[in-house]
Design a protein around this ligand. Sequence first.
Ligand SMILES: [Zn+2]
Length: 509
Amino acid sequence: MLASIPSASMLGAAGIPVRVEVHVGKGLPGFRIVGQPDTACRESRDRVRAAVMSVGHEWPSKAVTVNLAPSGLRKVGAGLDLAIAVGVLIATDQIPPNAEAGLGFVGELGLDGTLRRVPGVAPMVAVLGDVDAVVPASSVAEARVAAAQEVHVASTLAEVVAVLRGEAAWPDDTPDDDGPDDLPMPDLADVRGQPVARRALEIAAAGGHHLLMVGPPGSGKTMLAQRLCGLLPALDRDDALAATMVHSAAGMQMPRGGLIARPPFRAPHHTTSTIALVGGGSATLRPGEVSLAHAGVLFLDELGEFAPAALDALREPLEEGVIRVCRAHARAVLPARVQLVAATNPCPCGGGPPGWCECDDVARLRYLRRLSGPLLDRFDLRVAVQRPSVDEMLQPTGGEPSALVRDRVAAARSIAIGRADRLNAALHGELLDAYAPLSPDALVVLRSEMERGRLTGRGYHRIRRVARTIADLHGARTGHVDEVLGVEPVEVALSLRTRLRAASPGLVA
Ligand SMILES: [Zn+2]
């Protein structure tokens, strides 16, 4: 007897449709899985047999062959368990033939027949096509976000069999209340003082500019970075879906509604391996931190402590918004469009108030050299962050709350998108000339900075992009946007730029 059941497997953040063909026939009793199963997938043999017998059905003493089609692609993980079990029960007439018509199955089986969540339910359900999905009850929210057709849930193999034999209806599919409503968002109101850094965060949010913060330990760089997401608008439908697929594929806990609706924040430690940062590794090609931060913020604290190879690997996502990962026979393209925020101490000892630093020039130079290179060019905004003063720390009230700043940011973003169909951070070359022209006075200011060796050619472009955003934020407040950049936004942009070390070539802002 033969059965053929729709299911799916994973590659990167995408599902791949798989047809599970089960043949039960004459021959020595045994169980074979062909069609490039990985280890976890091959082990479904033992899980499925135990689960089928645990729920009171018979395991055939015949030759059972499972073929996972198409055979050219590697199948990973335990998500095919349920489809294999259903296939065996149909091929042995314990479920009536065609009872599974119009259904696709995704889920791992425990030895006692419980149905468990697997990573990637959302992307796998998305490729099931025109059949309804049957998934573990714990995955219903993410499945429903991705499914084109209906979603049915079950908690055990026994429940699935009962429905297919016509003995019961699908169980109630109320999602359990484990997941958080939405990710909590730290608020800017908690930040005391820090007027310069607050302004830099607002500009970064409005223009999509990558932000580098330079300051001593304890100056609140991490606290500030965590608050950037709260200033960004909610994700649009496409970004929310892409972020949901990535989080599902990585097996992360999902919000209660299943959809990642707010920009994610990821802060990998500097000891994170390159693979964990950009993805890949196992045959699944799991998404890395840069993909988990897709459409949100990637925060790299202690930037200089990251392995050079890891920082190098970020170049592709920062340029193209995607990351390509490959393994022996598989390759995948994962979404990875992030806003980068990084922080560093100014020198090996951490700096501190002026005059405290005891590092000599060689040590300083060596420290900052670690940051040099193409990555540093990505930061339109490089601001110095100081420890808040005692007065600021003792202030009874915090600063302006995130919600107010977010409104200004949204207005400025819509001005930029209305003008050039992109955020200001993406203005390059001709676009910059077209959309960020300078007034003669502003040009004089920048020319003088360049002549005094305080501004490089690249720095000149960065200042123009940032000045464009400052003018847009001003326009959002006053209702009038200056399309030609005057002296004021340019001087503010210059004041927000910290010079990392003039003595070190390539490190001048
Ligand atoms: Zn120092």
